[in-house]
Design a binder for this molecule. Structure first.
Ligand SMILES: Cc1cc2nc3c(=O)[nH]c(=O)nc-3n(C[C@H](O)[C@H](O)[C@H](O)COP(=O)(O)OP(=O)(O)OC[C@H]3O[C@@H](n4cnc5c(N)ncnc54)[C@H](O)[C@@H]3O)c2cc1C
Length: 442
């Protein structure tokens, strides 16, 4: 199919209009508002129909994990029109909110994210899945722009737009262990598909549901299922001695401060990996105190009442998976230390094994000859999240929210540095745009 071509070359094309993309748009537009004059020519492309935040996991009763002032703009410029306080004031809930003790439900945060997306004046195109970013060379062989091709998932139509700079803000990808991958489908699915996948099973009796994993999402899903499916047996399978709690120390949580990114970025190879491993305890494979308490109370009440339908399988690994003709799934299990075997039969298996950062975003395949890659095939990135390119490439390619391995825990998947990260990218972008382009050789 021929692609519909947008002829105007943009200063910036952003792939993904979730939090990282919106934060960058906010930095761009705050600067435009303050400077006056023509705005930056920017195009924002989002695969989904809107910018809803983690839409398949916005469960009733869940709250956000970061302080609400770590929003799209406050840490960068508290006077910005994109701040959470501005959203509260516009929504008429400012005063009631202040009586809530800082509690923000995930539902409200998702509403704020969508509100912020609507404040963006630049062109945002939804239903645009970015497939690839290709180099466009001038007559002298230098790469002057990048052609971004996207597809409309509704009708498969292709669209292209060219940019002098491209930011990939496509987020981390759901991770499913190899053993479970061949079984993915109606009854076995990653948590990122939770609500639609459960809705698709609404005609199927769910007598037994397995939840694999021990992170915040797994804990919240166990609680959600316990409330929504009062007749189902719920099996929680975790490899550790039970759900662990995040490391909540004030000092260790300073890893989410922007100057920690400078520190982390300055570390080399193995030291950096060790530092990241230490920081992971503040965010991954653990639950917050509310969820830990609620899970323990639920399990206690379940035993106290003699109902015994919450099965907390501790120190348990899945050894093999069987499923016949799309029917219930049989999970053969093994105790981690004793090797004792067990069997869990489930009508649905919810895989809560987190997300992974792509080593090299697949959209950049055509750009590889112009990227400097490290020994593991990852793009080398500057402190400003820009991929280092060969001397004959003038296009700026930013990896926005895709470089936890290089910038640390605070600057990839967390809101904590959303505004600071956008500020860093934006400053670098403006500096590049203000430089005269290399003359075209005759
Ligand atoms: C359930 C859950 C709860 C969380 N809660 C918190 C929290 O409370 N606090 C916190 O700080 N962090 C939290 N996080 C971490 C989360 O990663 C960040 O909050 C934030 O969503 C990261 O934003 P992002 O834009 O980088 O990535 P994402 O949120 O993943 O957004 C990426 C966007 O890009 C789009 N996209 C993907 N591929 C393409 C493509 N090829 N073309 C076009 N568009 C594409 C997606 O549709 C999406 O809109 C949570 C994560 C999860 C899964």
């Amino acid at each position: 199919m021929a692609a519909a071509r947008d002829t105007a070359v943009q200063d910036l094309v952003v792939a993904g209009f979730g939090p990282s993309g919106i934060a960058l748009a906010a930095a761009v537009e705050d600067h435009d508002d303050a400077a006056g004059g023509p705005p930056l020519a920017a195009r924002y492309l989002e695969r989904a129909a809107d910018s809803a935040w983690q839409p398949n996991l916005v469960l009733p009763g869940t709250d956000i994990q970061h302080h609400f002032l770590r929003d799209f703009a406050t840490p960068r410029d508290a006077r910005s029109r994109f701040t959470f306080p501005h959203y509260l004031q516009q929504s008429g809930r400012f005063y009631p909110f202040t009586l809530m003790g800082g509690y923000v439900s995930r539902l409200e945060w998702s509403d704020y994210v969508q509100w912020a997306a609507r404040q963006v004046r630049g062109t945002v195109e939804y239903h645009r899945e970015v497939l690839g970013v290709e180099p466009v060379t001038g007559p002298d062989g230098r790469v002057r722009t990048a052609r971004v091709t996207s597809r409309d998932p509704r009708d498969g139509s292709l669209h292209t737009v060219e940019g002098r700079n491209v930011a990939l803000a496509t987020g981390h990808e759901p991770y499913v262990p190899e053993l479970l991958r061949p079984h993915l489908g109606e009854r076995v699915f990653h948590a990122s598909r939770l609500l639609p996948a459960l809705a698709a099973l609404s005609g199927t009796p769910l007598r037994s549901i397995a939840v694999v994993g021990a992170g915040q999402t797994a804990g919240e899903i166990v609680l959600h299922l316990a409330a929504q499916h009062p007749d189902a047996e719920i099996h929680s399978l975790v490899r550790h001695a039970g759900f662990r709690m995040y490391e909540l120390g004030h000092f260790s949580n300073e890893v989410y401060f922007p100057d920690e990114t400078d520190y982390f970025y300055g570390l080399e190879g193995e030291q950096r990996e060790r530092a990241l491993e230490q920081a992971r305890a503040t965010n991954y494979a653990a639950v917050d105190p509310d969820v830990s308490t609620a899970l323990y109370q639920a399990a206690y009440q379940d035993r106290f009442t003699g109902r015994n339908r919450l099965h907390m399988h501790r120190r348990t690994e899945i050894a093999s998976v069987e499923q016949e003709d799309g029917g219930p799934v049989r999970l053969a299990t093994e105790e981690v230390f004793t090797g004792e075997r067990g069997l869990v039969t489930a009508d649905a298996v919810i895989v809560c094994t987190g997300y992974r950062e792509p080593v090299l975003p697949r959209q950049l395949a055509a750009f590889v000859p112009y990227l400097r890659l490290d020994a593991q095939g990852r793009p080398q990135v500057t402190r400003a999240y820009r991929a280092e390119t060969t001397g004959d490439c003038e296009v700026g390619i930013y990896l926005d929210g895709l470089t936890e391995w290089r910038h640390g825990i605070g600057s990839a998947t967390s809101f904590s540095q959303m505004a600071a990260k956008a500020d860093t990218v934006h400053r670098d972008l403006r500096a590049r745009l203000s430089r005269p382009a290399a003359p075209v050789a005759a």
